[in-house]
Write a protein that binds this ligand. Structure first.
Ligand SMILES: [Zn+2]
Length: 156
């Protein structure tokens, strides 16, 4: 049976980010932006906080940014028992400067010495699995294009 985000959807959210998940399931990384003033709206919501417009657009952006913050989970939380065998795992909040500084959460896969605040990363879109509660996901990995600089920042 063909994948449908609507069938996997967890009931309870307001649904403003549904298009994010639909886009990921098609292999596209899209964030929301106000269609009137072009201000980025992330996390997604229904109305622009800057100009009050209700129209938004979902813009495909390059999944590339820097680690804003991260954490390592040492405990198998009740709501994500699917990840129990992966403990400890790292989750990163990644800032995308080219998308208004939107910060997008995802798992991090890479060596321990790479994960730190400011580390350059790129996102890989993964298909839905039981571990991701049948949602597609973005996984942040070290960005080889800029990770060679010894201080971890972009090369001059
Ligand atoms: Zn606006």
């Amino acid at each position: 049976m063909e994948y449908s985000f609507e069938q996997a959807k967890i009931i309870g959210g307001i649904g403003a980010d549904d298009e994010y998940w639909r886009s990921l399931s098609r292999g596209e990384f899209r964030l929301s932006r106000c269609a009137v003033c072009k201000g980025w709206m992330w996390p997604a919501h229904f109305r622009c906080a800057q100009c009050g417009a209700w129209e938004l657009e979902w813009v495909e952006v390059e999944p590339r940014g820097t680690v804003f913050t991260w954490t390592r989970s040492w405990y198998a939380f009740d709501r994500v028992k699917e990840r129990a065998e992966d403990v400890p795992y790292v989750t990163a909040l990644v800032e995308l400067a080219h998308a208004g500084g939107a910060r997008v959460l995802g798992m991090f896969e890479g060596p321990d010495e790479v994960i730190r605040i400011g580390a350059p990363v790129r996102g890989e879109i993964r298909p839905p699995t039981a571990k991701s509660k049948n949602y597609p996901s973005i996984v942040w990995v070290p960005d080889p294009a800029v990770a060679r600089a010894p201080w971890g920042g972009a090369a001059p």
